[in-house]
Design a protein around this ligand. Structure first.
Ligand code: C2O
Ligand code: CU
Ligand code: CU
Length: 466
């Protein structure tokens, strides 16, 4: 399958590169990468470490690198205020003080996050702690423990990577016609031992919501979400992942010799031509931007690999129920779409989009000079978030939170642990949140829609924690 290269802290070199990469469509595409032709490494760090990064920008354009999921002060968060000019080095020291969890890092440049991330400025950071190191779970990276970066890409009939914006793309976000895993066109095949296998999943699509399931309908066993282990294993028929979300799942490879992981559009895909049918067409004919069910990963049992022979755990760890007694304040956020004509005009003049009065939160498009909210450090709050028409994946920097309500309902059990992403839309979503690190007005935190084109279009705000 081609694993992301594993590297370890505490001194980490992450050169941002202009490169060329073959996704498997027959030729090389111009891409960005982080110490690699496309995407970055799988960086393993330990809770308690201070990571000294050396991020050199060699992509000939301004960029930033944000540590998504980390509980760290605003001045090392890597948001849009921490620009790295071409040829410059950014060298933050990032204190890792949170529980074991799968996090990631990606470009977060004001108005340019979507394209830069799409072209490859993204990587994965796995935080370990004593719980994760002692857990009775598969943990041999590349043998029975895998990181899967799930993305969709648009390829034209010559197999060339496309990223093109129109008013409609701004509305829906950019979606592709093929899934890629760790930079390789899906489906990919991976031999695995005859035992338990652990998959750590990241939806790094710009805009596509994914429903994951096994083709033989065996349950998806979820053990961890964005912020770490769930209290117990949750078995579900399908797992919905919005852009930005992470989940860990287990699969028992002792029963069947093969297991096929597939994704569908979480809204069903509507008029979609079947992506599968399109993929088997040698001419790469029509190019659906919706698809119904697409195989992404085939695991094949291989008896000669060393197997992790444990059982599926029922419980993972202690997770207190969300404590709403401490709530001091409620804040309301409404995500607003711009009107279609504005968006078409923006698409035509695409550059730095924010502040143009298109998409917004509470009617105010992201403005680098305006602090939208001021939060007191250590105080527990409830954030109520809603949106008028479509669904959006909402993300908050600097914290993990607990979802009390998702679109008016209790969240699925697998989303009731620690999270930094919540789906919002019709019906209010509520999260219980507290910030334990500082973010001043020179280096505020962001909250935003993680459909990256919406973020670039202004569906973002910033806040201080003092
Ligand atoms: Cu994953 Cu503000 O981002
Ligand atoms: Cu983030
Ligand atoms: Cu959105």
């Amino acid at each position: 399958m081609m694993d992301l290269t594993e590297i370890e802290g505490p001194a980490v070199d992450l050169p941002l590169l202009k490169s060329a990469h073959s996704f498997g469509t027959g030729n090389k595409q111009a891409t960005f990468g982080i110490g690699a032709p496309y995407l970055g490494p799988m960086l393993r760090v330990s809770s308690g470490q201070d990571i000294r990064f050396h991020v050199k920008n060699m992509i000939d354009e301004v960029t930033t690198l944000h540590w998504h999921g980390l509980h760290i002060p605003g001045d090392v968060d890597g948001g849009p205020h921490q620009e790295i000019q071409p040829q410059d080095v950014w060298a933050p020291i990032v204190p890792i003080r949170q529980r074991s969890s799968l996090n990631w890092f990606h470009a977060h440049t004001h108005g340019k996050t979507a394209r830069q991330t799409y072209l490859g400025l993204a990587g994965v950071m796995q935080i370990e702690d004593s719980d994760s190191l002692s857990a009775d779970l598969p943990k041999t990276y590349g043998i029975d423990d895998f990181v899967l970066v799930l993305q969709d890409k648009q390829f034209d009939s010559d197999g060339q990577l496309v990223y093109q914006l129109t008013g409609e793309v701004f509305e829906e976000g950019f979606t592709g016609n093929r899934m890629v895993i760790n930079g390789h066109v899906a489906p990919v095949t991976q031999p695995v031992p005859k035992g338990l296998v652990r998959l750590r999943l990241l939806n790094a699509c710009n805009a596509r919501f994914l429903d994951l399931s096994w083709s033989d309908n065996r349950p998806v066993h979820v053990i961890a979400s964005d912020g770490g282990f769930l209290s117990r294993r949750e078995a579900v028929q399908s797992l919905t992942m919005t852009p930005g979300e992470r989940y860990e799942i287990l699969v028992d490879m002792r029963q069947q010799s093969e297991a096929l992981l597939q994704v569908s559009d979480s809204d069903g895909g509507g008029e979609a031509e079947e992506m599968l049918g399109w993929m088997t067409n040698a001419l790469m004919g029509p190019e659906p931007s919706n698809f119904s069910t697409t195989p992404v990963l085939t695991l094949i049992q291989n008896n000669s690999l060393p197997a992790y022979d444990g059982v599926l755990p029922d419980t993972l760890g202690q997770l207190a129920s969300p404590d709403t007694e401490q709530v001091i304040r409620r804040r309301q956020f409404e995500l607003n779409m711009g009107d279609g004509e504005d968006l078409a005009a923006l698409a035509a003049a695409w550059g730095n989009l924010c502040g143009n009065g298109s998409m917004s939160i509470n009617g105010r498009p992201m403005n680098m000079d305006i602090v939208n909210e001021e939060v007191a450090i250590g105080e527990t709050e409830i954030w109520e978030i809603s949106a008028d028409d479509q669904d959006h994946p909402f993300h908050i920097h600097g914290c993990s939170f607990r979802i009390l309500k998702q679109q008016g309902d209790v969240p699925p059990a697998y989303a009731s642990g620690w999270k930094d992403m919540v789906t919002v839309g019709e019906g209010t979503s509520e999260v219980l949140v507290r910030f334990d690190h500082k973010a001043t007005k020179d280096a505020p935190y962001m909250y935003h829609c993680h459909i990256l084109e919406h973020e670039d279009c202004g569906m973002m705000g910033q806040f201080t924690v003092t």
